[in-house]
Design a protein around this ligand. Structure first.
Ligand code: ADP
Ligand code: MG
Length: 266
């Protein structure tokens, strides 16, 4: 993949660019030569059978794989033009820029309000120094953005863990927003929700398009089709196909993509 000047400065509309990314858990290689360009401001879905490396790929973008001592990586990832594996990269800065939500909503067992303010206060951006009024604004804006404000505005001091799973997942997205991430990684964010909750959260994620670059893993082909503009199909640690979602589903280029979409893999 060529290293054009524009991709280095991130001005070519590319949010994440990987170059020959390989990853091993001990001796086991989970990612092979991943070369991808994820476009800025759109939703890209990541599909493929269980175990093909979707979560591993996502976790390499905010470098949380490395918390395991036995992970080794070669190649590189550029985020908005910056090499995130370069020496001296500030991981706390990186994780502010790259927010992540998981399969099971994992709000902290504190109030709804404090969940939204948690990261801001840690990073002390408008944290302790911010006035009360400013904090209330931050909370309201984040909760509005995820379509949760109206249902929780009268109970902001309630423990977040008492919310429904749908509300908890919306809150988990809301609490990423105050530190102004540019990229949101979502690892099967609707898999713990019922169909109604799935629909509501998907709809909300769709609303975030444009302001954020969203990379979302899903097993739900209908969700990928409905909710993403581009789609990446992975198989056994490799990228098989990356195209506009409409093309992938109507006219897959690779036989293996067609097989997966038509349900011939697990
Ligand atoms: N922490 C880990 N330690 C060792 N192997 C792992 C670990 N996490 C994932 N793997 C292996 O890496 C491969 C890719 O896993 P994963 O990224 O979780 O796939 P997916 O999200 O597509 O289901 C699988 O073979 C899995 O067993
Ligand atoms: Mg996974």
């Amino acid at each position: 993949m060529s290293q054009t000047a524009s991709s280095i400065t991130g001005q070519d509309g590319i949010a994440v660019e990987t170059r020959s990314l390989n990853l091993w858990y001990g001796d086991f290689q989970a990612l092979f030569d991943i070369d991808l360009k994820v476009r800025q401001g759109i939703i890209t879905s990541l599909i493929g059978p269980s175990g093909c490396g979707k979560s591993t790929f996502l976790r390499s973008i905010n470098r949380i794989n490395e918390r395991l001592g036995y992970v080794r990586i070669t190649g590189g990832i550029h985020l908005l033009g910056h090499d995130i594996y370069a020496e001296g990269v500030n991981l706390s800065q990186l994780r502010k820029q790259v927010g992540m939500v998981f399969q099971r909503p994992n709000p902290l067992p504190i109030s709804i309000r404090d969940n939204v303010l948690f990261a801001v206060e840690i990073h002390d951006e408008g944290g302790k120094k911010a006035g009360r009024a400013n904090k209330e604004e931050i909370v309201e804006a984040a909760l509005r953005r995820v379509l949760l404000w109206d249902s929780v505005k009268d109970r902001l001091n309630t423990k977040a863990t008492t919310l429904s799973l749908e509300e908890q997942q919306k809150l988990c997205i809301a609490r990423l927003l105050p530190v102004k991430p540019s990229i949101l990684l979502m690892d099967e964010p609707c898999s713990a929700l019922d169909p109604k909750g799935t629909e509501a959260v998907e709809e909300m994620i769709w609303e975030l398009r444009g302001d954020y670059t969203i990379l979302i893993v899903t097993h739900n082909m209908a969700q990928a089709r409905r909710a993403s503009e581009e789609c990446i199909f992975m198989l056994m640690g490799k990228v098989v196909e990356h195209t506009a979602t409409a093309d992938m589903f109507v006219n897959p280029k690779d036989r293996r993509t067609a097989d997966y979409i038509e349900g011939r893999y697990g």
